[in-house]
Write a protein that binds this ligand. Structure first.
Ligand code: PAF
Length: 272
C-alpha cells in the first residue's frame, strides 16, 4: 500500500495505472462500515484507492469540525489489511488551490433533510467529491447508504455532469443493537451510547414521524428532523454530552412500510 500526500505525485501515479480503479472516499476514523466498502472495491476492481480528507467546507459548525475524530495510524493499518493499494491524504491547500472559490451546488434535494439544518453542507460534499473523482478517475466509487441523501446527490451529480464513474450505494453496517456504524459514534460516552442504540429501533417501530420524534425527545434527544419520504424514514438527532453534543443520522424502511416495499420504495427525484 502506498500513502500519497502530494497530488502532483498522485496525478503522475494515476496516469501510469492502466487497470480498473475502485474508490472509497472517507474523512478517516475508519470503522467496519468503511472497511466493508473497501472490501467490495477490492473484490470488484484491480486497484483500490482510499482517500482520507477531513473536508472543512462541509462542516457548517466549527466545533463539529474540531471535534471530528481522527486516528490516522490506525486507519492506515486497517486500510492495508483490507487490501487498499493507495491511500490519498492531501491537505486543505492541495485540495482547494482555489480556496473554495469554485463550488458545486444542487438547488433542490440538497436543501431538504440534512441540508435544511446544515446550510451549505452538501455544497461542500459535492465540491470535494467532484474534485476527488476528477483526481482518482475511478470506474466505481463506493458510498454507505447511512448517508442516503449524500449518496443520491452524488449519484445524480455524476449523471447530470456526465461523469463516467459508477456510484455504488452499500448497505449500512450496524452494531449489535442496530446503531448505524459512524465515525461519530466514538465520541459517545456510555450513557449517550445506550441512548443512541434506541434511535434505529424508534425509527423502525414508530407508526408516524411525529410519534418517532416524540419518543426520541422523551429520551432527552434533540430532534433535527424525522421525515418519511421515498419509502424510507430519515432522521437526525443530537445527543448531549458534557458541554457538547453528537449528531447522528440514520434512515431505514419503517415497519409499517415493510409489507408493501415495491409500492412505496420510490426513488428520490433525480436524473439517474
Ligand atoms: O461521507 C463522508 O465521509 C464524506 O461526506 C465524504 C463523502 C468523504 C466527502 O467528504
Amino acid at each position: 500500500m502506498q500513502l500519497v500526500t502530494d497530488l502532483e505525485q498522485w496525478r503522475q501515479l494515476r496516469s501510469e495505472l492502466n487497470v480498473s480503479v475502485g474508490f472509497v472516499p472517507t474523512m478517516g476514523a475508519l470503522h467496519e462500515g468503511h472497511l466493508s466498502l473497501v472490501r467490495r472495491s477490492v473484490a470488484e476492481n484491480e486497484q483500490t484507492v482510499l482517500s482520507i480528507f477531513v473536508n472543512a467546507t462541509q462542516f457548517n459548525n466549527s466545533a463539529d469540525l474540531e471535534s471530528y475524530p481522527s486516528s490516522i495510524d490506525q486507519d492506515l493499518q486497517h486500510a492495508q489489511s483490507a487490501g487498499v493499494d493507495f491511500v490519498l491524504m492531501p491537505n486543505y491547500s492541495q485540495m482547494y488551490p482555489d480556496d473554495f472559490r469554485f463550488q458545486m451546488h444542487e438547488e433542490i434535494f440538497s436543501r431538504d433533510l440534512c441540508g435544511n439544518d446544515r446550510p451549505g453542507h452538501f455544497s461542500g460534499v459535492l465540491t470535494v467529491v467532484l474534485k476527488l473523482l476528477n483526481l482518482v478517475q475511478p470506474e466505481k466509487a463506493y458510498f454507505g447508504l447511512k448517508d442516503y441523501q449524500q449518496y443520491l446527490l452524488i449519484k445524480d451529480m455524476c449523471a447530470g455532469l456526465f461523469l463516467p464513474t459508477q456510484i455504488i450505494g452499500c448497505e449500512t453496517l450496524r452494531e449489535n443493537d442496530g446503531l448505524a456504524m459512524s465515525s461519530r459514534n466514538r465520541r459517545l460516552d456510555p450513557i449517550a451510547r445506550s441512548l443512541a442504540g434506541r434511535f434505529n429501533e424508534i425509527l423502525y417501530q414508530s407508526g408516524t414521524d411525529a410519534e418517532a420524534a416524540a419518543a426520541l425527545q422523551g429520551l432527552g434527544c434533540s430532534v433535527a428532523y424525522i421525515k418519511t419520504q421515498y419509502g424510507r424514514r430519515f432522521g437526525a438527532i443530537e445527543i448531549a454530552l458534557q458541554g457538547d453534543s453528537v449528531r447522528l443520522i440514520d434512515n431505514l424502511v419503517p415497519k409499517n412500510l415493510q409489507a408493501n416495499l415495491s409500492a412505496v420504495d420510490l426513488p428520490a427525484p433525480g436524473v439517474s
